[in-house]
Design a protein. Structure first.
Length: 258
């Protein structure tokens, strides 16, 4: 197994465990990740996901070029997962919040997986980049389309057209990263975000994520009027009543996800 996977207290933890290869993703790892995302989607107990890489050198260095079986770039593109790199970069079917715990380099597909997360927490030494052009390839699995939607276009173009890396503080300044902390504080910071997420109503979080993902391209009026199934489920849920009752009674809400 090259991916660690566990669920406890409503939190799924997914760890790419190839530190000797900078947590680069080969075909077997990619298939394993896809199985994990599918399992998480089918598990209603999961409230939050934390995605990271083993060790402290790399979140993921992206595709393992030593195991690509000599595929051309066109062949790779034709066979690519529609959900993007690692099954997460462009995934539209996973409705629970995903936190990327960036503990080192996030390059190529590694950055693309970060782009698929909802919240990004990075250690101070983390660095981000899409260096595919340096090896005659392209950031096909989400990078070219996602990065320019999350940071200014020219900054995204500059990174992709030079292969340069961006520091964690710079990524935070541009809005790509939510928090940057010393390496020793990374886990504590991640757990603070996890705690805040699981304290919220799960159906509300699903509705918020769906709205964010489904309306970015719409005019404000159209986006506001979009009635997604997740929105209707949240508004008509018992949890929506429980939250108000708990506030009035000055107690913690007891969420049922119903």
């Amino acid at each position: 197994m090259t991916v660690g996977f566990s669920i406890a207290g409503g939190v799924a933890r997914v760890t790419i465990e190839r530190p000797d290869r900078m947590n680069a993703v080969d075909a077997d790892t990619s298939e394993e990740l896809e199985r994990i995302w599918t399992a998480i989607e089918a598990d209603e107990t999961v409230r939050c996901v934390v995605l990271t890489g083993a060790g402290n050198r790399a979140f993921s260095a992206g595709a393992d070029l030593k195991s690509d079986n000599g595929k051309t770039g066109l062949e790779y593109w034709a066979e690519a997962n529609p959900a993007g790199f690692g099954g997460i970069a462009c995934r539209e079917s996973l409705m629970v919040p995903v936190i990327a715990r960036v503990n080192g380099l996030a390059l190529g597909g590694g950055l693309e997986m970060v782009l698929g997360a909802d919240i990004v927490i990075a250690a101070e030494h983390a660095r981000f980049g899409l260096p595919e052009a340096k090896v005659g390839r392209l950031p096909l699995d989400g990078g070219m389309v996602m990065l320019q939607r999350l940071i200014p276009r020219n900054i995204a173009a500059g990174l992709m057209m030079t292969g340069r890396m961006m520091s964690a503080p710079e990524a935070a300044r541009l809005g790509l990263v939510n928090a940057v902390v010393p390496e020793a504080e990374l886990d504590a910071e991640v757990e603070r975000w996890v705690s805040d997420i699981v304290a919220c109503a799960p159906l509300s979080l699903k509705a918020i994520k769906r709205s964010i993902r489904a309306t970015a391209h719409l005019a404000s009026a159209d986006a506001r009027g979009l009635k997604t199934p997740e929105l209707i489920a949240a508004l008509t849920s018992a949890d929506s009543q429980e939250g108000v009752a708990a506030f009035r009674e000055k107690r913690a809400p007891q969420w049922t996800g119903r």
